[in-house]
Design a protein around this ligand. Structure first.
Ligand SMILES: CC(=O)N[C@H]1[C@@H](OP(=O)(O)O)O[C@H](CO)[C@@H](O)[C@@H]1O
Ligand SMILES: [Mg+2]
Length: 560
């Protein structure tokens, strides 16, 4: 590192002293904390993003958001050149950088890292970092701190994209690195045109919707609702009402949004008896999660949750069906030599009934630890990988090989079997590859795909919800002295350490028909999470609470 670079880093970092007595960690999805202590962390992640851009000679993204967390929190995450999450091998560097205690130590760490990674810092070629934020009031000044971090690396240029959904920023980073059009309007254009394409390909007779058959969307009082107001005007064949768009005075994620609806299984604020029988969905605070729900009757506040597992199942059914139409034996002379490998990726939080259903369809289902970075990585190993967390974060990945094959197939059909059923199936799958966000889970694009498929199938939300019946499940959080004492194995389904706990969980679980239970330390909160599933609500409650008690006994109650 040359002297100019060194003194630039020393002087800028002295303006961003780290908070005292706080240990920060990159966690499941970037740094998250109370916004008031994040200036220094965000500044430092700005430096990291600039280094990543120099190292990869590509555009990198920085998103300032704390997703579904409360409005006073904020956070920051990095989008890699592919548009996906920051490469996991850089996470330890993110941790050490965030926790460096003074400018000298910070510069020392950067110098060592730059040497190890063979990053040449001479500013010869400039690199770009796209910055965006959600609607949190703390976002503006944090974005400024990120800019300061970026411009502390000579040759790195920060481009402020303003307020965006998290998946839009990831999409933009990916598009720019592919040399494609990458503005927010381009994103909306791509979503609306591929949606239109799917709607135009609906078999006659199956789309029996009338104009009054609308979708009502809970925008979590965040960026998703605001953006959907723009996108919905570009859509044909779908009527959307946005509630909790943030303009009505409601507070971000407060009694609203996908996380609240999924965890509490109640209607978000602003929804009630007027919505009985209507298709409803909720976005989270940065619009990368989506769950649907049904308000069943005027007397109950509980909703019928149509969660990420069911969205995954709907996508899987549709894709499997289109693939089989595409691969039907034809008398036309088309080359059929490619067997597409379809993989479904879930976590242990997936409802057992969804896994059974998917397996019954003959699909390959794989499990990874919690956190989309793991699911995404796994899904990328298939020709078509569909992944979802139960909480509604997921997407579909298509391999380059499959995309080339599909394009070629489509061209072949256009020549020899134009307008045939296999040709339509190829066009539908191509439209799906354009509609779904290949970078990360995206509530807006996922929602449009759900809507297109429901119209295609001629299904109501109730019919969709009947694909299978969720097993009753319960989630609890337990405060313990040290959650890191729990080490899990087999995609977090068994406790490897401390000894004895797994045996006790097994003994408890065996008492319940269809019982399944696991515990793991949360990656985003200082708690142990307990998940239990059983054949009745009472049994799921009782299994969860007895295992929670057991966790207390074995690990001690936390003080905070
Ligand atoms: C049970 C649950 O919903 N866990 C969530 C939550 O992680 P934890 O490590 O469980 O705190 O936040 C993650 C980031 O948003 C998300 O990926 C994950 O699914
Ligand atoms: Mg989110």
């Amino acid at each position: 590192m040359n002297e100019d670079q060194r003194s630039l880093l020393l002087s800028s970092s002295s303006r961003f002293p780290p908070p005292q007595g706080v240990k920060l960690s990159y966690g499941t999805a970037g740094f998250r904390a109370d916004a008031s202590i994040l200036q220094s962390t965000v500044y430092r992640v700005g430096i990291l993003a600039a280094l990543r851009a120099v190292k990869t000679q590509s555009v990198i993204g920085l998103m300032i958001t704390a997703s579904h967390n409360k409005i006073s929190d904020n956070g920051i995450k990095v989008a890699d050149p592919s548009g996906g999450m920051l490469s996991q091998d850089w996470e330890p560097f993110a941790d050490t950088l965030a926790n460096a205690c003074d400018p000298q130590q910070l510069v020392q760490l950067i110098t060592e890292f730059v040497e190890n990674e063979k990053i040449t810092l001479n500013g010869a070629k400039s690199v770009e970092i796209l910055l965006a934020r959600d609607t949190r009031p703390s976002g503006e000044s944090l974005l400024e701190a990120a800019k300061q971090g970026i411009s502390s690396i000579i040759g790195a240029v920060a481009l402020d994209m303003g307020i965006l959904t998290t998946p839009t920023l990831h999409w933009m980073v990916r598009a720019r690195n592919k040399g494609a059009k990458a503005s927010e309007m381009d994103y909306f254009e791509q979503l609306s045109s591929s949606f239109r394409c799917l709607v135009d390909l609906i078999p006659s007779g199956s789309n029996t919707r009338n104009e009054a058959d609308k979708l009502v969307v809970d925008g979590a009082n965040g960026v998703g609702g605001e953006k959907l107001e723009i996108l919905k005007k570009m859509l044909t064949g779908l009527v959307i009402d946005v509630r909790n768009s943030g303009k009505e005075g409601g507070v971000l994620n407060d009694g609203v949004g996908a996380d609240y609806v999924q965890k509490e299984k109640v209607a978000p604020s602003g929804f009630g008896s007027q919505d009985v029988g209507i298709r409803c969905c909720s976005l989270d605070g940065d619009a990368d999660r989506l769950v649907y729900f049904i308000v069943p009757s005027t007397s109950s506040i509980k909703i019928e949750l149509v969660d990420g597992d069911k969205i995954l199942s709907l996508f899987a059914v549709f894709i499997k069906e289109q693939l089989s139409i595409l691969n039907k034996k034809r008398d036309v002379n088309v080359n059929d030599d490619y067997q597409c490998c379809l993989g479904i990726v879930q976590t242990a939080y997936a409802n057992g009934a969804s896994t059974d259903y998917l397996k019954q369809l003959g699909l390959e289902v794989i499990f990874t630890p919690t956190g989309v970075k793991y699911l995404h990585e796994k899904a990328a190993q298939y020709d078509i990988g569909i992944y979802f967390e139960a909480n509604g974060h997921g997407t579909i990945l298509f391999s380059e090989k499959f995309l080339c094959w599909l394009e070629a197939k489509n061209t072949e059909f256009s020549d020899v079997a134009k307008g045939s059923e296999p040709h339509k199936a190829a066009m539908r799958l191509l439209a799906v590859t354009k509609l779904i966000n290949p970078a990360v889970g995206d509530a807006l694009s996922g929602m449009l795909l759900v809507e297109a498929i429901l119209q295609h199938m001629g299904w109501s939300i109730e019919k969709w919800n009947e694909l299978y019946h969720d097993l009753p499940s319960r989630q609890l959080k337990v405060k313990v002295v040290d959650r890191t004492a729990v080490v899990t194995a087999n995609a977090e389904t068994v406790v490897a350490k401390p000894p004895g706990i797994q045996e006790a969980i097994n003994a408890e679980t065996a008492k319940y028909p269809r019982g399944r239970c696991f515990i793991r330390p949360s990656g985003t909160e200082d708690v142990i999470r307990v998940y239990a599933e059983a054949s009745t609500e009472n049994a799921a409650d009782s299994l969860a609470s007895s295992v929670a008690k057991l966790v207390h006994q074995k690990l001690g109650s936390g003080t905070s």
